[in-house]
Design a protein around this ligand. Structure first.
Ligand code: KIV
Ligand code: ZN
Length: 511
């Protein structure tokens, strides 16, 4: 058995299934480039059949990425598989990942198919996929609640049909480590020719066990792990890439496995994904949380100062902390900014967009002494830069708060070519700002989440605001960043409205 562990990243597919985390093609490309730099083996770029936009995004990632396999998900239907095949066609190395549910509950209530029909469809899907690539992965959805004998039968059939990777998902996050490891072990023992394929695992985090279950699978023979940056994903998320990679690396004595991951790229990747999706990272999150390497108690600090290993099992710099070097300042020119953007894998579709970014950079540098890479990432995540021709645009904002007086905000926005203004009171300046925007827009949306995080430290840091809006079954996350959090909030709110206005329609793979 090989000692190489394949890291299959599904941030752009399962991660994208988190509420409001849908990404545009440009944003997927930025994350895919960073994943390539991180060194993942496989990038699941999306579900090509979901919509024309998803198809275009998978194809664009396939055209861009050179040093990783680019994969599209496909239900086990001819149309899905063919769309996936067309989308990955430009990839230097392309994979189709097809799946069908194998548990009694899914087969009976969702698919309304018999066991025989499921096996027949799984085999057909693998054969359609082989017309496009010889790198075909098959997943038995809800394997955790599937009967063992039936799983063995399905996996045997798809190996005979030509699948090279067999994925065993805990779709609903139900398993516990010992049982999951045992399931993988039994499958490898019982499925004929199991040594000719790669066994993979894909765990959800509903019981907080996704990483533990994945590692247990690895200890029992799985050689591919499907995971996401920051554990982003459906419901409670997927197994977190950074935790799996660092567990395998830190406990080489237990796993004796190698990955291709450049661990110093972990924190930059985490920050990029968080800022693009609007999902903040909790401070005490392992590896990538702001406190993950902070020692608070005097005894710990004393110990670390005397001998680092007393309380540290990993080094912060090995996962990319402290890499946020001071980059630019007020006197930096266009060339310096352009070079820094290039180093961060950020490209602009036009000179007009770069000019808008340069303008924002100068405004920021006037208010903030030191500009870090994270500030530049946030600057371009702000849709005000990314889309010069957006529908709703903030032109100006004045907010007033004073003890004993009801806060008030006056906003001026453009909608298309028309300028509108409104002034409203609110519980605080942010509330007043949102009320003033709504007074103009009458969006009929429900505000589901409002959160503020500082991008770097210090009181002059930019606040990064996420606003989640829901309307008619659609959920979007809007983001804005500014040293003034009221302004950042207004940008985030308008960003969410712009996303709703863009009206991206897509199907969900598991429906
Ligand atoms: O959770 C799941 O079962 C999936 C499959 C499509 C692999 O995401
Ligand atoms: Zn999943």
């Amino acid at each position: 058995m090989t000692n190489k562990l394949i890291i299959f990243d599904t941030t752009l597919r399962d991660g994208e299934q988190s509420p409001g985390a849908a990404m545009t093609r440009e944003k997927k490309i930025r994350i895919a480039r960073q994943l390539e730099k991180l060194g993942v083996d496989v990038i699941e770029a999306g579900f090509a059949a979901a919509s024309p936009g998803d198809f275009a995004a998978v194809r664009a990632v396939a055209e861009t990425v050179k040093d990783a396999t680019v994969c599209s998900l496909a239900r086990a239907s001819e149309n899905d598989v063919r769309r996936a095949g067309e989308a990955i066609q430009p990839a230097r190395s392309g994979r189709i990942h097809t799946f069908i549910a194998t548990s009694p509950i899914h087969m009976q209530h969702k698919l309304r198919m018999s066991e025989d029909q499921v096996v027949e469809r799984a085999v057909a899907a693998v054969k359609w996929a082989l017309e496009y690539t010889d790198d075909v992965e098959f997943s038995a959805e809800d394997a955790v609640r599937s009967e063992m004998d039936f799983l063995v039968r399905v996996f045997d059939a798809v190996i005979q049909a030509g699948a090279k990777t067999l994925n065993v998902p805990d779709t609903v996050g139900y398993s516990i480590p010992a049982a999951w490891g045992e399931r993988i072990k039994q499958l490898i023992e019982r499925v004929p020719n199991s040594d000719k394929v790669i066994w993979s695992t894909h765990c959800h985090n509903d019981l907080g066990l996704a990483v533990a279950n994945s590692l247990s699978a690895v200890m029992n023979g799985a050689r591919q792990v499907e995971c996401t940056i920051n554990g982003l994903g459906e419901r409670a998320g997927n197994a977190s890439l950074e935790e799996i990679v660092m567990a395998v690396r830190t406990r080489r004595d237990v796993f004796n496995l190698e990955t291709r991951i450049d661990t110093t790229q972990i924190v930059p990747t985490s920050k990029l994904v968080s800022s693009i999706t609007g999902y903040p990272v909790q401070p005490n999150k392992a590896i990538v949380g702001a406190n993950a390497f902070a020692h608070e108690s005097g005894i710990h600090q004393d110990g670390v100062l005397k001998h680092r290993e007393t309380y540290e099992i990993m080094r912060a710099e090995d996962v990319g902390w402290n890499a946020n070097k001071l980059t630019l300042g007020k006197l930096s020119g266009r060339n310096a900014l352009r070079q820094r953007f290039t180093a961060l894998n950020i490209e602009f579709a036009s000179e007009e967009e770069f000019n808008a970014a340069f303008q924002r950079f100068k405004e920021l540098a006037d208010r903030k002494h030191e500009i870090f890479d994270e500030d530049l990432q946030a600057l371009v995540s702000d849709e005000a830069i990314a889309k010069v021709s957006e529908h709703y645009r903030l032109l100006s904002l004045r907010a007033h708060s004073e003890t004993g007086i009801l806060p008030v905000a006056r906003v001026v926005i453009s909608i298309g070519n028309k300028q509108h203004e409104a002034e409203m009171h609110g519980g605080g300046p942010v509330d007043a700002t949102f009320k003033a925007i709504e007074h103009i827009v009458h969006s009929g949306t429900e505000l589901q989440l409002y959160s503020v995080n500082n991008i770097t430290s210090g009181t002059d840091a930019q606040g990064e605001v996420t606003v989640r809006l829901a309307k008619g079954g659609r959920i979007v996350n809007g983001q804005g960043a500014d040293t003034d959090i009221v302004v950042a909030s207004a940008h985030a709110y308008l960003d969410a409205l712009n996303k709703l206005h863009d009206n991206l329609q897509r199907a969900h793979p598991q429906l």
